[in-house]
Design a protein. Structure first.
Length: 82
């Protein structure tokens, strides 16, 4: 699990934005890896995406996958509160 590394996302228009990686998660059953991150200037909103070994990110649209991702994040937050 990675914590507090930075990633830079280049938008389609060429603008770059830097985010802080909160943590990563791998679902071995699906063979998918996910990264949870937030804007370094605004840590209130955590975002997530699928990531691949080549550095490509892909936003998740599948409702079942989103539910799992949100469940993992809720467990992460619960661990922090303990």
């Amino acid at each position: 699990m990675q914590e507090n590394d930075l990633i830079t996302i280049i938008e389609e228009d060429g603008t770059e934005q830097t985010f802080v990686i909160l943590f990563t998660y791998e679902n071995e059953e699906r063979g998918m890896k996910y990264v949870y991150f937030y804007d370094e200037n605004n840590d209130e909103e955590v975002m997530y995406a699928r990531y691949y070994d080549d550095g490509t990110l892909e936003y998740v649209e599948d409702e079942e996958e989103i539910a799992e991702i949100e469940e993992v994040f809720a467990a992460y937050e619960s661990e922090l509160e303990e």
